[in-house]
Write a protein that binds this ligand. Structure first.
Ligand code: JD8
Length: 384
């Protein structure tokens, strides 16, 4: 990837030679080119600003130096020109991943009160243009944002991160929770102990604790991240929390009694789970619930199983079935599956005709070639 920076403060980009971007350049994954915009202004003072048409405070950046700079850099249809601006689209991990697919990005870093609008319009006539804001606060120029975007994009370049897997677990990764707390030696420090579970060596318990901490932290600090998804009538689909375990058990029992009747068998694990079992799997499965008038009326869970997103426990209160809640949850749980999920897998009772009909309509196919729990059938669906 080639990255160019147009700015009146080229020294601002000295950090590009350091740490992460520096390593990426050494690895040949990226090349940085910083350009002083004043080099494209030819009056005695290399002016790049003038007074605003329509009056008002401050100065506006003149169009001519930018046009000449774009010409000199050969900005064309293969280029993405990023104008960092407080009025841009919000920068986030999804946009970082999108920009990481580009071959060439030119960062146009403004100053003063901003850049003459015709520069953005002109750029859009010759290249892809993205106007991006780092966040809802005011900086004095676009350089800081360009640096931050550079770091978020370069670290996603294939071959950069030692183990790409770690990218998946990060905060803000697709469908992501905030980070869980991390610790290292010493085990005690200034009266603070490392949580015992982390020194237990029990990987299952460690994963459960970390997931629970991540859900709790996200619920406290960034409830907006808890996948604000909703039904057509506006009813929210929210992440389950440990406190939902009791109601989930009750709903599960009710739904699997129906499955037992449909399949003429009581030999169904979900039917025999205890409160503690439900409380335990809430810590290792990503789970979403729907509430009506405070009552937990539907739920679904999902987790990665190899490269597949394993979907399960789609449950809808018997008195509310047939209203599309199950279909909506099935759509939701597919939508929020991590990007690395290449397909979906689930299973249901051999005689659960109604469930099988819903899954087939949703594009799932029964897989007699795959091992299924006793009395059940497995269905899969490729991820488009
Ligand atoms: C580019 C000039 C300063 C902005 C008058 C202060 C991004 N998240 C962000 N906040 N601020 C910027 C940003 C600010 C800039 C420029 C980006 C060029 N300024 C202006 C308008 C109000 N001064 C940014 N990305």
């Amino acid at each position: 990837m080639r990255l160019d920076y147009l700015t009146i403060f080229p020294d601002f980009f000295a950090p590009l030679d350091l740490s992460l971007p520096g390593k990426a350049a050494d690895k040949g994954l990226v090349e940085f080119h910083v350009h002083d915009l004043r080099g494209h202004s030819h009056d005695k003072h290399h002016r790049v600003d003038d007074t605003p048409y329509g009056g008002g405070a401050g100065m506006v950046m003149k169009p001519e130096p930018w046009g000449e700079a774009f010409d000199a850099l050969g900005v064309d249809a293969g280029t993405t020109v990023v104008f960092t601006t407080p009025s841009g689209e919000p920068f986030d991990q999804r946009l970082a991943a999108d920009l990481a697919t580009r071959g060439r990005i030119v960062f146009a870093c403004g100053r003063y009160e901003g850049i003459d609008q015709r520069v953005i319009d002109h750029a859009g006539e010759r290249a892809e243009v993205r106007e991006i804001s780092l966040g809802d606060y005011v900086l004095n120029g676009g350089e800081v944002a360009a640096l931050a975007i550079t770091e978020a994009v370069v670290r996603l370049l294939p071959g950069f991160m030692g183990n790409a897997a770690s990218l998946v677990e990060e905060s803000h990764a697709e469908g992501g929770l905030l980070e869980y707390p991390v610790y290292t030696k010493p085990p005690q420090w200034r009266g603070h102990d490392v949580p015992a579970v982390l020194r237990s060596g029990d990987h299952g318990k460690v994963a459960a604790w970390r997931h629970e901490q991540a859900v709790r932290r996200t619920a406290e600090r960034r409830p907006d991240l808890l996948h604000p998804s909703q039904l057509d009538d506006g009813t929210p689909i929210v992440r389950a929390t440990p406190g939902d375990a009791g109601e989930l058990l009750t709903l599960q029992r009710a739904c699997w009694v129906q499955e037992a009747l449909a399949n003429d068998s009581l030999d169904i694990p979900a039917l025999h789970e205890s409160y503690d079992d439900v409380r335990a799997w809430l810590d290792v499965w990503d789970t979403w619930v729907i509430r009506r008038a405070g009552r937990l009326v539907a739920a679904v869970r999902g987790r990665m199983e190899g490269e597949a997103w394993d979907i399960g426990r789609i449950m809808v209160a018997p008195d509310l079935q047939g209203a599309g809640l199950g279909r909506a949850l099935l759509e939701h749980v597919q939508r929020v599956a991590p990007t690395e999920a290449a397909s979906y897998v689930l299973f249901t009772g051999e005689a659960s005709a109604r469930n099988q009909r819903m899954y087939r309509k949703a594009g799932f196919r029964i897989r007699p070639d795959l091992p299924a729990p006793p009395g059940a059938v497995v269905l899969t669906k490729p991820r488009r």
